[in-house]
Design a protein around this ligand. Structure first.
Ligand SMILES: Cc1cc2nc3c(=O)[nH]c(=O)nc-3n(C[C@H](O)[C@H](O)[C@H](O)COP(=O)(O)OP(=O)(O)OC[C@H]3O[C@@H](n4cnc5c(N)ncnc54)[C@H](O)[C@@H]3O)c2cc1C
Length: 157
């Protein structure tokens, strides 16, 4: 198995314990400063061509499967203009909301937004779509259960 890394290494984006497992595996070859240059095949993937951006070296390997892990962008375009989003499109909640977000969103209440509450009162955001989320299943589920508790608080107001 080959892992192509466009930057110099995995450290910026991956936990140390995972990097160690990858480095210790004799089945995995890491290729820093490398990106895919071409995918070739007749009706299916047969070969992958990649380029080392430091040396300019091109390699072609007989490979039938490619798994892309190039980052995530939240599917929140439809919320633009409705809820405050950060510069990457993640939904701002609670302490992430700046005074100008609340002014722009015309926050109508005297209280500040609750934890996980968006710039629209009574609307909550949890999980990976939320700004500064933890990117873990357990935290997404936990935030969901916290937000239900807060929904009840809003309904009681
Ligand atoms: C490769 C990979 C490995 C991971 N490994 C781990 C791990 O080992 N442990 C861990 O804890 N976490 C892991 N995570 C992170 C974890 O998957 C996420 O943090 C978690 O799934 C977030 O849950 P969520 O409900 O917020 O989002 P998601 O699980 O992404 O669910 C969002 C859902 O909303 C749907 N959707 C999107 N837009 C719309 C729309 N407009 N209308 C209706 N539906 C829509 C999507 O199709 C999706 O089903 C991993 C993530 C990836 C990508």
């Amino acid at each position: 198995m080959h892992i192509l890394i466009r930057s110099g290494g995995l450290a910026e984006t991956m936990s140390r314990y995972l990097i160690r497992r990858i480095e210790e595996s004799p089945k995995i070859t890491l290729h820093p400063f490398t990106e895919i240059d071409g995918l070739e095949g007749e009706g299916r993937l047969d070969r992958v061509r990649w380029r080392n951006n430091q040396t300019g070296t091109i390699e072609v390997k007989g490979i039938h499967h490619v798994f892309l892990m190039t980052g995530a962008s939240p599917n929140t375009g439809w919320l633009d203009g409705c809820l405050a989003l950060d510069e990457k499109g993640f939904i701002k909640t609670g302490p992430e909301l700046l005074p100008e977000d609340l002014r722009t969103g015309q926050w109508p209440l005297s209280r500040s937004p609750y934890l996980l509450e968006t710039s629209l009162p009574g609307v909550f955001a949890v999980g990976d779509a939320r700004a500064n989320n933890v990117k873990r299943v357990a935290s997404a589920v936990g935030e969901g259960s916290i937000s239900i508790h807060l929904v009840h608080r809003v309904l009681a107001e």
